[in-house]
Design a protein around this ligand. Structure first.
Ligand SMILES: Cc1ncc(COP(=O)(O)O)c(C=O)c1O
Length: 383
């Protein structure tokens, strides 16, 4: 079946008792057992370890990504935390993309490093840099592509091959493209991680996360962390996310088409210094973007003449665009990574990886693109 069919029907079925077409919200802490001998015959005992509204979402994501199984988490960061806990022990080393989301950088440097795990942040856009960073005790390579907010790409197949040859696990954060545009497990990755908060929900309504595993054994390791740390997704959020999933492809196609038009507009505007969008021929890794994914996504960034002051002026003067931190939803959002999403990254590190003070990040939504462009044009003209 095609993706559009799967995003609607995979993993869910009408309620057996009532015929309700939507999976019910099972708001229950515990589940009554038939007998001690048949304990767990229904598969559920307690909602920290499994919930019948969460499970269909896990099944749907598994089918969409082409994995063995999926574990859903309370947030994207809980999902990343579980990947690190499931794969690393004290004394191990991990290579992490130097342009990963600020929260990923923070959990590595401020939390896991306290427990004897060593990290190297490597430019994962350069496969040779990832290879050079590997050590005898490297157990995990964690990439993110396209990265937030630089949009730098990692060649997932090439990095996976290096990892496989050395028995190292490769996990990648697939939040920006979702399984609709990019399926990392088909490219050799072992784990595909999501903040479902973004495109998978798509309505600015929830926070959630997911880890899709290539093997049942890996899923078991990740699920064990979820049970043990108590980071399962709540049933109401799973229900909302199940509804959001059904329109994933339609939203992503429209948002990406809008993003392309906006990137082209910005590139032609005299007050704009630089525009970055994987769909532009000027994007340094445009060929990789075309090869590795079936769409370019809906994240764009740009810099205007006048650096941080002018960038802030744009963000304060747009009217239809909303100044907010999230991304991936129907509403178009504008963000200043240096003061908002990536404030946790040290200034020198930000500079080194290209998160400049004047960088304006756009999460392009589903409005009429002419309205979005008119609003940006007005803000640029005011500079
Ligand atoms: C690429 C990426 N991964 C992970 C996260 C963390 O997800 P959450 O905010 O759902 O914890 C984010 C959040 O912005 C993100 O952009």
């Amino acid at each position: 079946m095609g993706f559009n069919t799967k995003q609607i029907h995979a993993g869910v079925e009408p309620d057996k008792e009532t015929g309700a077409i939507l999976t019910p919200i099972y708001q229950s802490t515990t589940y009554v057992q038939e007998s001690v001998d048949e304990y767990l015959a229904k598969g559920y005992s307690y909602s920290r370890t499994g919930n019948p509204t969460v499970r269909p979402l896990e099944k749907k994501l598994t089918i969409l990504e082409g994995g063995a199984d999926t574990t859903c988490f309370s947030t994207g960061m809980a999902a990343i935390h579980a990947v690190l806990l499931a794969t690393l022990n004290a004394g191990d080393h991990a290579v992490v993309s130097d342009v990963a989301y600020g929260g990923t950088y923070r959990i590595c440097t401020k939390i896991f490093s306290r427990f004897g795990v060593e990290f190297t942040f490597a430019d994962s856009a350069r496969v040779e840099d990832v290879e050079a960073a590997l050590k005898p005790n490297t157990k995990l390579v964690l990439t993110e592509t396209p990265a937030n907010p630089t949009l730098k790409l990692t060649d997932l197949q090439a990095v996976s091959e290096i990892c496989k040859a050395r028995g190292i696990l490769h996990a990648t954060d697939n939040t920006f493209l979702t399984p609709y545009y990019q399926r990392p497990l088909e490219l050799g990755c072992d784990l595909s991680v999501h903040s479902t908060t973004k495109y998978i929900d798509g309505h600015n309504a929830t926070v959630g996360g997911a880890v899709v595993a290539a093997t049942a054994e890996l899923d078991e390791q990740v699920r064990f962390i979820q049970h043990s740390t108590g980071t399962i997704l709540s049933p109401q959020v799973a229900w909302l996310t199940l509804q959001g999933c059904k329109t994933l492809s339609v939203r992503m196609d429209r948002q990406s088409a809008n993003a392309m038009a906006i990137a082209e507009f910005l590139e032609s505007h005299p007050k704009v210094d630089r525009v970055c969008y994987p769909g532009l021929a000027s994007f340094p890794q445009h060929e990789l973007a075309k090869r590795q994914a079936s769409g370019f996504g809906a994240m764009v960034w740009f810099e205007v003449h006048g650096g941080v002051t002018a960038g802030k002026q744009i963000m304060d003067s747009v009217e239809l665009w909303t100044l907010a931190e999230n991304l991936g939803s129907m509403e178009s959002l504008v963000t200043h990574p240096v003061t908002m999403t990536h404030a946790a990254v040290e200034p020198a590190e930000r500079k080194r990886v290209g998160i400049t003070d004047g960088l304006v990040r756009l999460s392009v939504g589903m409005e009429d693109v002419e309205d979005l462009i008119d609003d940006l044009r007005r803000a640029l003209d005011r500079l």
